[in-house]
Design a protein around this ligand. Structure first.
Ligand code: MF3
Ligand code: CO
Ligand code: CO
Length: 274
């Protein structure tokens, strides 16, 4: 990041998409690391018989113990510190008192606010032993995220990211959920732009240094269609096929991309090598 460009220090607007300077990157590193540490901390608790409400409580306490606040708590009426999306739940599953079961796959999505800045990340976890289908979907989805991140470069476009994800997912006979997307973030939780997980190379807004956003592909084994349940949050696959998601928060640098939410313990893919 060019430290000599004063227009970058306060988060200048370029076509609605903010570009941030070195102080913001330092703050995002801190928020991103804490999210990753929370997602690391929870891993040994993801076991058959444990409730998602218990995971929620542990993640709330973790934020409190580290001078942070869970961004989802009381966000637009959401009442929990994490989202817990199991099996055919695509995203925004709400923690409850049902115990997790052997063979479940669960996405835990955690966002913390540290010194006013947001770190947002999610991973898939295995509850006990997985069957081959579930294992394969998680591996493909993580690969989708990493290919999307690898497509981030200044001078490229947002469509490059979507294309990288969609082409890989579909080559594996999986589908990309269209109803939810990644997002700009920083001092806001959800900001411009929308980061679509499908698209064409060279389309969409240009990617520029200083941009901060998430990439968070939701990939289904079956069809891409989703519906939201009567609770107003829980999104599920219409055909009840399994769905998986991984999410990182990234920043665009002068030469490429920085991932803020990498696990210090190397637990970004906490399922074991497929
Ligand atoms: N963390 C989710 C995301 O990746 C947002 C959850 S909003 C909630 O953007 F209200 F559902 F928690
Ligand atoms: Co997000
Ligand atoms: Co998230």
């Amino acid at each position: 990041m060019a430290t000599t460009d004063p227009s970058l220090s306060a988060g200048r607007r370029t076509a609605e998409i903010k570009r941030h300077g070195p102080e913001a990157f330092a703050a995002m590193r801190k928020a991103g690391r804490l999210v990753a540490e929370g997602l690391d901390m929870i891993l040994p608790h993801v076991l058959p018989g444990v409730t998602t409400a218990r995971l929620d409580r542990l993640m709330f306490d973790f934020a409190m113990d580290h001078g942070a606040y869970p961004a989802t708590l009381n966000y637009r009426g959401y009442r929990h510190s994490i989202c817990t999306s199991i099996n055919h739940v695509v995203c925004h599953g709400q923690p409850d008192d049902k115990p997790m079961r052997e063979g479940d796959i669960i996405n835990i999505d955690y966002t913390v606010i540290v010194d006013g800045w947001h770190g947002d990340s999610s991973r898939m976890y295995a509850v006990g032993q997985l069957n081959r289908k579930a294992d394969r979907l998680c591996a493909i989805t993580h690969e989708c995220l990493m290919r999307g991140i690898a497509a981030v470069r200044p001078g490229g476009t947002m469509g490059d990211i979507g294309h990288a994800i969609q082409s890989y997912a579909e080559s594996e006979r999986c589908s990309v959920v269209r109803d939810f997307c990644g997002h700009g973030l920083g001092q806001l939780f959800h900001d411009a732009p929308n980061i679509l997980h499908y698209g064409a190379r060279g389309e969409g807004p240009r990617i520029e240094p200083g941009m901060l956003f998430t990439i968070e592909p939701m990939i289904n084994l079956g069809k891409p269609q989703v519906k939201v349940l009567a609770d107003g949050w829980t999104a599920v696959t219409r055909d009840r096929s399994l769905s998986a998601q991984f999410e990182h928060t990234v920043g665009v640098t002068d030469t490429g991309v920085e991932i803020f939410t990498l696990s210090p313990a190397g637990l970004d893919y906490p399922i074991g090598k497929p």
